[in-house]
Write a protein that binds this ligand. Structure first.
Ligand SMILES: [Mg+2]
Length: 408
């Protein structure tokens, strides 16, 4: 079964998505997500200009060999652009293999280990009242675990806080703005650290002790600040504190870990298992946050989770709306199959996106399931997609109150 056509498809039904389409000589089609928010065209070019010609004529069944050929063969390894391109090839080939087998992908990964994957949604509000409304709205949608992000006194816009909490309007948070230049946000860590524990106390008082609550620090703290926050949040029993420090320095988590029992999650901007080497072997984290789309696909993610499992570290796959429905579906097949599943991030896509990408995954009673359609279970409407041309969009840039550029 040879690959005889490779297409890079770009569409923007509300936000930009890059999708790889691989077609075999007997007409089987596989899709992979290659979306890198704010740098979409770099991955599209990598695939179009440097990968597609290498795939023509290759045996579509040889997924591992093709992955190693592209990873080792390029010589220049790792990085978000390379690994997103590789992920798209890997997922498209798994989609093809599972379609040929007539099975949903999770069956080829070992079969189901659970009924469904517990999902968490993004609740947010600038003040407590808006935050409570958002949490209630998510509970009504069926979410059984909630990420809590809040405004900070003195700051006009804050990461993770939606512009509107109206369901069906901007029901979820999307930070990338369509514009020629990135927007700029403000940040002050001391104000944030002073404010956040009181917000979690209020949420616990209102919603009780059972509801799993998560929080994303978005790489903004120093190790000692993160340690202080983890300690301050202990009475509110968080499911996890995410990305508390910038992710590059794995040793930072050693200091945080020494001071707090708040569970730690990290890795949405990581690309390979090597970014986790110290974190996993020294058990400095509790959850691996990589995205299938940005970490080379299903093949390396399965190896990463199996490695983490030896240290009782669980999965928490990255899943905001800049992961396309193709990337989300691939994640759900892994979530269902692996033993050390923890939780799955899940933001609902816009109605326009779900018309371009027709999915077979379901969300019921707080659990996601990839469905029983052979392959990964996503079809792509190319005619409709063509009506939504690419528009430049960027994630925000963050500055401290004195103007210094800070981690966003
Ligand atoms: Mg995050």
């Amino acid at each position: 079964m040879k690959i005889n056509q490779v297409d890079v498809l770009i569409t923007s039904p509300g936000r930009n998505f890059v999708t790889l389409k691989i077609t075999t000589d007997d007409g089987v089609v596989g899709y992979g997500d290659a979306t890198l928010n704010g740098r979409e065209l770099a991955v599209a070019s990598y695939l179009r200009d440097h990968v597609s010609a290498l795939l023509i004529g290759r045996d579509a069944h040889r997924i591992e060999d093709t992955w190693q050929y592209l990873y080792r063969g390029a010589y220049w390894r790792r990085g978000p652009v390379t690994m997103a391109a590789l992920a798209a090839v890997d997922v498209a080939l798994w989609d093809i293999k599972a379609k040929v087998a007539g099975l949903p992908l999770y069956q080829l990964l070992g079969g189901a280990s659970r009924r469904g994957a517990l999902a968490y949604g993004h609740a947010s509000g600038f003040d407590t009242e808006a935050l409570f409304d958002s949490i209630r709205a998510h509970l009504e949608l069926g979410y059984r675990a909630i990420r809590v992000q809040t405004g900070v006194p003195g700051l006009e816009s804050v990461y993770g806080v939606a512009a509107s909490t109206k369901i069906g309007e901007r029901y979820d948070y999307e930070p990338a703005r369509r514009a020629a230049l990135p927007t700029e946000e403000q940040w002050d860590t001391r104000s944030y650290l002073r404010h956040l524990p009181a917000v979690f106390e209020a949420v616990r008082n209102e919603f009780g002790p059972d509801l799993p609550l998560l929080h994303d620090g978005h790489h903004r703290m120093t190790p000692i600040q993160a340690a202080k926050l983890g300690k301050a949040l202990e009475p509110y029993d968080l499911f996890w504190l995410e990305d508390c420090t910038p992710a590059e320095n794995q040793e930072a988590l050693r200091l945080v870990r020494q001071h707090t029992t708040t569970p730690l999650a990290i890795g949405e901007i990581f690309n390979t298992v090597f970014d986790y080497q110290t974190l996993i072997t020294e058990q400095l984290i509790d959850y691996v946050r990589s995205a299938v789309t940005h970490t080379g696909g299903v093949s390396p993610m399965k190896k990463l989770f199996d490695f983490a499992a030896q240290y009782q570290i669980k999965s928490g796959v990255h899943g905001p709306t800049d992961i396309s429905p193709v990337g989300m579906a691939a994640a759900l097949h892994l979530d269902i199959a692996i033993h050390n599943f923890g939780i799955q991030e899940y933001m609902r896509q816009s109605p326009e996106t779900l018309e371009v990408f027709r999915t077979s995954y379901t969300f019921e009673d707080g659990l996601l399931h990839p469905g029983e359609t052979p392959g990964i279970g996503v079809e792509y409407d190319e005619d409709l997609a063509a009506k939504f041309p690419y528009e430049p969009a960027y994630l925000p840039v963050n500055r401290l109150l004195d103007g210094t550029v800070h981690d966003w």
